[in-house]
Design a protein around this ligand. Structure first.
Ligand SMILES: [Zn+2]
Length: 321
């Protein structure tokens, strides 16, 4: 099951999403060799990226990056509007040095250097036009002290709050085989919910959040989205109406290519590449997202520098790729 279910409440200005990801998550993990504590954090961020990308108003890519001077140097999850995703992590220490129960705060150095960067990149973005990017520190000031975030859900909550998005609550759980998640978002009181007065709207938002808070990790990790929806909102559905849309499929997909590796070689420059060739006989690299190997021998490299046209390697391709 790799499903995302979107639902709307008729009696409250709330839109929600429930995900259950299994084989697509296993496809990410089987290409990697991360310690357990890192896998859990990565899983939660994959869940978050999927939930957030499904609420995008445009066609494009949502990228969650966490970076720090802690044991996790960086973590990247990309999810496109069609719910295809890929993820990677780079550690600055040996895997064996990471305790199985290490927290997100420790691994991402949340009290000091840890940052969360969320990028929204529309596929029809003009060359030269920067994508939208929001950055938050992974900590909250509480009185005189600094409180590190404890989970990916909390980190995303902080970002949503700071970037003045719609009120949003997220619950996430992940293990070595499954990722589960729930998102609740308060919609503007006007628009489709104009029939609800502002007091009822506020009460409705509180009521739906209270129901959301009853979700357990066990439920998130084991139930199909439709079952979770029925369990959580049975009474709300009977009394006020809750409507769901046909489930959408989530899948693992990497968009690395030989052309993009060639672009990287062009950025390195001919001199640098000739140096690698002289030393190692060929330029060999492995995609950090899907572990696909790429090899360029001397003839390939000659070909690469015949065309000095640099395509934009850092920019995700437009739709159709
Ligand atoms: Zn790849």
């Amino acid at each position: 099951m790799n499903e995302l279910l979107v639902f709307v409440c008729d009696g409250a200005p709330v839109r929600g999403e429930i995900i259950s990801i299994s084989t697509a998550w296993q496809a990410v993990l089987e290409r990697r060799n991360d310690p357990p504590a890192v896998r859990r954090i990565l899983g939660d961020f994959v869940g978050a990226a999927t939930l957030l990308s499904a609420s995008l108003k445009f066609d494009g890519t949502l990228i969650i990056q966490a970076q720090s001077k802690g044991p996790i140097q960086f973590l990247v999850v990309e999810c496109k509007s069609d719910l295809s995703m890929r993820a990677t992590v780079k550690l600055s220490v040996d895997s064996s040095e990471i305790a199985p129960n290490a927290s997100l705060g420790e691994l991402l150095d949340a009290t000091s250097s840890g940052r969360l960067v969320i990028t929204l990149d529309p596929s029809d973005r003009e060359p030269g036009q920067p994508p939208y990017q929001g950055i938050v520190a992974l900590q909250e000031q509480q009185g005189g002290s600094i409180k590190p975030v404890a989970s990916a859900a909390e980190a995303i909550g902080l970002y949503m709050q700071k970037s003045e998005q719609l009120d949003t609550r997220i619950w996430l759980a992940s293990n070595d085989t499954h990722i589960g998640g729930l998102l609740l978002q308060r919609m503007p009181d006007s628009g489709g919910h104009a029939h609800i007065d502002s007091q009822n709207a506020a009460e409705g938002w509180t009521r739906i959040q209270t129901l959301g808070e009853t979700i357990t990790n066990e439920e998130l990790l084991t139930l199909a989205p439709e079952t979770t929806l029925r369990r959580l909102f049975l009474e709300e559905s009977t009394e006020n109406g809750v409507r769901s849309f046909p489930p959408r499929q989530i899948r693992f997909s990497c968009r690395c290519s030989r052309n993009k590796v060639a672009d990287v070689l062009r950025m390195l420059g001919e001199e640098e590449v000739q140096g690698i060739l002289a030393e190692q006989g060929a330029v060999e690299t492995v995609c950090e997202f899907c572990a696909k190997p790429y090899r360029f021998d001397a003839v390939d490299c000659l070909q690469v520098f015949k065309t000095d046209l640099l395509s934009d390697a850092t920019r995700p391709p437009s739709s159709g790729h």
